[in-house]
Design a protein around this ligand. Structure first.
Ligand code: UTP
Length: 295
């Protein structure tokens, strides 16, 4: 069916878990140390070989567009001051075409993906969520794209979660597996506590065939009254093979407060410029906390 060349990054959610920070700014623009979350995701797409990206935006559209646009004034200023390292940093995503489309109302992830259907046309494509950062030796999306080349079927990225977390995710009901690749009986969005068919959770990276749009176009609401991508994937699975792939790499959940903070601390500790100071700061904080607790 051809190569995966295009990717959709949905970034039009309400971001209610980060209010009030997300009242006027998309949560995908919240920075992990000094880079907005969405930039890590765009980088993963580029490193995986994606040529065209469409970002689905809602409120705060300008902030995302401006971030990936050229800022001549800023560039001139950095050149004048000889700050070439910063110039390189702000031009990291220059080698890819980024397009934008607006989701007028946040009706759910499935609806956000459907909004980009005309841009995709009739070819396989990738979806990367801006709430998940994955770091590993090989980009997560690249692993899925390689699986697509082997199977010519939709591939959904999954990783294991704890028993107490399954109700927060789309979960697969796996059948036979070949290494890390699973055939799937069912995809279930946010199963009720204790009813999950496995611990393998969908983690915000997908390669999909365009037939998914036939199901998304029905606008059927699912869990939480939203149009769910997982429900359309289940319908697609009844029509053609949809595989799950347990990808390698560490996944950071930056879509909720604690996950966001953990990611920030870990990335700050690994940062060349501030890592050592952050470690000292944390040691001091822990030491002070222990003192208070012991008194
Ligand atoms: P989430 O459910 O995690 O994002 O959607 P949210 O709705 O913004 O978050 P909360 O629950 O209110 O805090 C996963 C991804 O799908 C996008 C989001 O921007 C996020 O990247 N999304 C979600 C859309 O683009 N449109 C939607 O209607 C819903």
């Amino acid at each position: 069916m051809g190569k995966v060349r295009k990717a959709i990054i949905p970034a039009a959610g309400m971001g209610t878990r980060f209010l009030p920070a997300t009242k006027a700014m998309p949560k995908e623009m919240l920075p992990i140390v000094d880079r907005p979350t969405i930039e890590y995701v765009v980088q993963e797409a580029i490193e995986s070989g994606i040529e065209d990206i469409i970002i689905v935006t809602g409120k705060g559209k300008r902030a995302i567009e401006d971030h990936f646009d050229t800022n001549f004034e800023l560039e001139e200023n950095l050149i004048k001051k000889g700050k070439f390292d910063l110039l390189e940093k702000i031009n990291k995503s220059a080698n890819v075409e980024i397009h934008y489309i607006r989701q007028k109302e946040a009706k759910g992830l499935g609806h956000a993906v459907w909004c980009a259907r005309k841009f995709i046309g009739h070819e396989p494509f990738a979806v990367l969520l801006g709430d998940d950062i994955v770091q590993g030796e090989q980009p997560c999306l690249k692993q899925l794209m390689q699986q697509y080349e082997e199977t010519e079927s939709s591939i959904i990225g999954v990783q294991r979660v704890g028993d107490d977390e399954t109700q927060r995710y789309g979960i697969i009901d796996p059948m036979a597996n070949e290494g890390r690749r699973y055939q799937v009986r069912h995809f279930v969005e946010k199963p009720e506590r204790g009813t999950a068919p496995s611990n393998l959770a969908i983690m915000g990276r997908y390669v999909l065939t365009p037939e998914i749009f036939d199901f998304l176009g029905k606008h059927e609401k699912g869990a939480g009254g939203e149009i769910q991508l997982t429900d359309a994937i289940q319908k697609l699975n009844e029509l053609q093979h949809v595989f799950a792939y347990e990808f390698e790499g560490k996944r950071y959940d930056v879509g909720e407060k604690l996950g966001f903070l953990k990611t920030t601390v870990e990335f700050a500790l690994n940062n060349e410029e501030i890592g050592e100071d952050v470690l000292e700061m944390l040691k001091e904080l822990i030491f002070k906390n222990e003192e208070v607790r012991d008194n």
